[in-house]
Design a protein around this ligand. Structure first.
Ligand code: ADP
Ligand code: MG
Length: 397
């Protein structure tokens, strides 16, 4: 159970409440292309508005690296929020985030009003968790609420530093929900408990396996993650994604899985191409026999059956990382097979990772999952058993 203060423990009437949200949404030509993270933030915002708080929202977007990048302004988020909440969310447009506009806007707020600050990463201090910016943020508010699960694995001014300078802090509803789902999955999973790993960020993710092997009954590895393991088993992987310096680690993990009695599954066949495009000439080969000049882009048909069968009776499943290059429809079959298998599971299914969530939604299975996490990196660190700094910084109940 979460022992942190939540928004339900606060008395916010007439108080200024700074809420750290995760509005790190994809924007193309000034238009937000996926607003799931905005939707996910609404319950906390509505609760605080209804309780008569002065709600001051902040977030980062992208990686401006301490510089003002107009294309990473949060202005479009303020517009989308206004539409969704049905009230005007005033955008405090200050390049230095806590500037004259922000101060004047806060000063003018009435109970129940909502404003949004500019991208916190326009300030170089943000990612270094430097005190001066933490103090500036805190100076706007009486209470701090952290609802940015997707940023909670980072100790920055707006997620950690600011808590030192406000009287009270709490977590929001989204944070609570994420921790409940992921926490239950790792601490008290209904068994059999299966984890599925894939995707392309192999070096970021591969270290989670050591901890997962302590917890799961079944571990399935596909996508770009698989080839490092195939190589560890002596196979050839052609030009496929490979983390050469993790091959030894992969060997250790294969050994650990056998010692722990974890069912450890790798692809047995692979869809390969020479060119990275949807209509590339493709072939299907047994995994481990990928010729030079070819790369694996999806799991093959036999693997789809193998993985589907292994997942049939699972009661808790955590999935992070697509099984193939699902952005190309011709190589989305493996990812779709897993989504379909999860949709039929009588138990808890949790999706982590931005691309995995996009894949599941795009393929039409979003509604059939128990929980789609808004945090990719944060959900993995949680599964690795690490404490999330953004959660740790919040006051205990
Ligand atoms: P997530 O965002 O869910 O954490 P990642 O960012 O790690 O997942 O990986 C997603 C990407 O992995 C997708 O863009 C997909 O095209 C790519 N991918 C999956 N399988 C392969 C593969 N075999 N080779 C190259 N890229 C792959
Ligand atoms: Mg990704």
């Amino acid at each position: 159970m979460l022992n942190k203060k939540t928004v339900d423990d606060l008395n916010v009437k007439g108080k200024r409440v700074l809420v750290r949200c995760d509005f790190n949404v994809p924007v193309k030509d000034g238009v937000i292309t996926d607003d799931n993270r905005i939707t996910a933030s609404l319950p906390t915002i509505r609760k605080l508005m209804n309780d008569g708080a002065k709600v001051i929202l902040c977030s980062h977007m992208g990686k401006p690296k301490g510089e003002v990048k107009p294309e990473l302004s949060l202005a479009p988020v303020a517009e989308r929020l206004s539409e969704k909440l049905g009230v005007e969310v005033k955008f405090a447009k200050d390049d230095n985030v806590v500037g004259e506009n922000a101060k004047a806007a806060v000063e003018a707020m009435k109970d129940g009003d909502v404003i949004l600050l500019e991208n916190t990463r326009f300030r170089k201090e943000e990612t270094k968790n430097e005190d001066n910016f933490s103090k500036e943020l805190a100076s706007l508010a009486d209470i701090y609420v952290d609802d940015a699960f997707g940023s909670s694995h980072r100790a920055h001014c707006s997620t950690v530093g600011v808590t030192k300078y406000v009287a009270e802090s709490a977590v929001g509803y989204l944070m609570e929900k994420e921790i409940e789902y992921l926490g239950n999955a790792v601490e008290n999973p209904v068994r059999p408990f299966a984890a599925i790993l894939g995707g392309a960020k192999v070096s970021d993710k591969i270290n989670v396996i050591n901890n997962l092997l302590e917890k799961v009954d079944i571990l399935i590895i596909g996508g770009g993650m698989a080839y490092t393991f195939i190589k560890a088993l002596g196979g050839t992987v052609g030009n496929s994604l490979l983390e050469e310096d993790k091959v030894e680690y992969a060997k250790e993990m294969i050994f650990k899985a056998s010692q722990k009695g974890v069912k450890f599954l790798l692809p047995i066949d692979t869809v390969i191409v020479k060119e990275f495009k949807n209509d590339a000439l493709s072939d299907i080969v047994p995994t481990g026999l990928i010729p030079d000049g070819w790369m694996g882009v999806d799991i093959g048909p036999e693997t789809r059956s193998l993985f589907t069968e292994a997942l049939k009776d699972a009661k808790t499943v955590v999935w992070n990382g697509p099984m193939g290059v699902f952005e190309f429809p011709n190589f989305a079959k493996g990812t779709e097979a897993i989504a379909e298998a999860l949709a039929h599971i009588d138990g808890t299914t949790i999706i982590g990772g931005g691309d995995s969530a996009a894949a599941v939604n795009q393929l039409g299975y979003g509604d059939r999952m128990s929980h789609i996490s808004t945090g990719g990196g944060a959900s993995l660190e949680f599964l690795e058993g690490k404490e999330l700094p953004g959660v740790a910084a919040v006051q205990d109940k």
